[in-house]
Design a protein around this ligand. Structure first.
Ligand SMILES: CCCCCCCC(=O)CC(=O)SCCNC(=O)CCNC(=O)[C@H](O)C(C)(C)COP(=O)(O)OP(=O)(O)OC[C@H]1O[C@@H](n2cnc3c(N)ncnc32)[C@H](O)[C@@H]1OP(=O)(O)O
Ligand SMILES: NC(=O)C1=CN([C@@H]2O[C@H](COP(=O)(O)OP(=O)(O)OC[C@H]3O[C@@H](n4cnc5c(N)ncnc54)[C@H](O)[C@@H]3O)[C@@H](O)[C@H]2O)C=CC1
Length: 311
């Protein structure tokens, strides 16, 4: 056991060496992204509070984190069950939960928001948090598609506001886009970049342009795949196979859309089609809208473009 603890604390001290000034992180939203962000922040030595709307949701988020940590631990401590359990236990002990976002951000260095992709809901949340958080607390949004400035302007701390855009699944994807608005101070930006590094991610700097870097390229690609399917040019399965074997993508566009969530994909498309009515590729998709109306959100509900076994 002592050996295990030594191995684990050595691993932690490596991340501590590049640890930013941010030690305590509050993650709002315990869904796909929030639970991943909370997991990786805790696994790299940060104390974390994860917030969601109900205790039930939070219990599911913690179970998802525990499962994902188990997969990470298996790789990290191959044949050592005790070391695996110790790793999972240590990381889990750094994550507490709360259903009250305002209370959870009273004493924290950073709030990372990962709630539903809706501007009004995000703005309302941040206005409430702004009044409760300490002066030094930095706010960040994990939004996929909304302008950071439109969210930040709901607060009086735009100099301490930025975008921290993680990728799904957060424990596996190595990138974080760090987004600056003109008001973001250099110190805030530096602390966000340092946090990304402390979380063992590669960071890239982005201006607050639609979709930042990855989604500005990924969303048109994925929507063109949906148009191909709607036109009957090829089946979803063949388009996915073609992009995996012909372009080297780990998932085809339909597998990826189901993985991201068709509800989130629709939120992004609704926002962009309203904002950019003249851009053909952002036009709403009848097929996507139909699937979402039928409650087929992808993997999370057991069906999207494909059907999945419910685990
Ligand atoms: C139209 C608008 C839409 C726009 C949406 C925008 C959304 C955004 O804002 C931005 C985004 O995040 S876009 C999504 C970006 N993510 C991707 O592109 C993921 C692509 N897929 C992959 O990389 C792999 O399939 C993946 C890594 C996921 C899984 O790998 P495999 O396919 O090989 O499957 P597995 O065999 O299950 O896993 C391989 C290894 O990875 C480990 N692993 C997977 N998931 C994990 C998780 N959640 N937690 C911990 N470990 C995990 C797994 O253990 C396995 O490792 P080995 O033991 O070595 O095999
Ligand atoms: N799904 C993906 O692949 C990616 C999503 N994003 C972005 O991350 C954010 C979250 O997306 P997901 O995690 O996929 O969504 P999700 O639907 O899995 O999770 C959202 C969570 O937020 C909670 N929530 C909603 N309103 C709340 C509030 N006012 N207070 C506290 N909790 C609240 C919900 O109960 C839910 O558990 C969105 O802005 C999305 O665009 C960013 C990168 C990738």
């Amino acid at each position: 056991m002592a050996h295990v603890c030594k191995v684990f604390s050595r691993r932690l001290s490596t991340s501590t060496a590049v640890r930013s000034a941010i030690k305590h992180v509050t993650v709002i939203g315990g869904g796909l992204m929030g639970s991943g962000i909370a997991q990786v922040a805790a696994a790299t030595g940060h104390d974390v509070i994860m917030v969601d709307q109900t205790d039930d949701i939070l219990a599911k988020s913690k179970a998802a984190i525990q499962k994902s940590l188990g997969r990470v631990a298996k790789k990290k401590y191959a044949d050592d069950g005790e070391a695996q359990a110790s790793f999972v236990g240590e990381v889990m002990s750094r994550i507490s939960t709360n259903t009250d976002a305002v209370a959870a951000c009273g004493k924290t260095d950073l709030v990372v928001e990962a709630i539903v992709e809706n501007l009004d809901v995000k703005r309302r949340l941040f206005t409430a948090l702004d009044a409760a958080a300490e002066e030094h607390t930095i706010f960040a949004s994990n939004t996929s598609s909304l302008p950071i400035k439109d969210i930040a302007s709901a607060t009086k701390r735009q100099d301490r506001f930025g975008g921290l855009h993680f990728f799904n699944p957060v424990p596996m994807m190595k990138l974080v886009e760090v987004v600056k608005i003109p008001e973001t101070s250099n110190e805030t930006f530096e602390r966000l970049v340092n946090l990304g590094k402390a979380m063992e991610k590669t960071t890239v700097e982005c201006k607050d342009t639609p979709g930042f870097i990855v989604n500005r390229l990924l969303v048109p690609y994925m929507m063109e795949a949906v148009r191909m399917l709607e036109r009957g040019d090829a089946s979803a399965r063949d388009i996915d196979t073609a992009m995996k074997l012909g372009a080297g993508y780990p998932m085809g566009p339909f597998e990826l859309a189901d993985y991201v969530g068709l509800d989130t994909t629709k939120f992004i498309m609704d926002g962009w089609s309203q904002k950019y009515p003249d851009i053909e590729i952002f036009r709403k998709s009848d097929l996507l809208n139909k699937l979402v109306a039928e409650g087929k959100f992808g993997r999370k509900t057991g069906e999207g473009f494909y059907k999945y076994d419910k685990k």
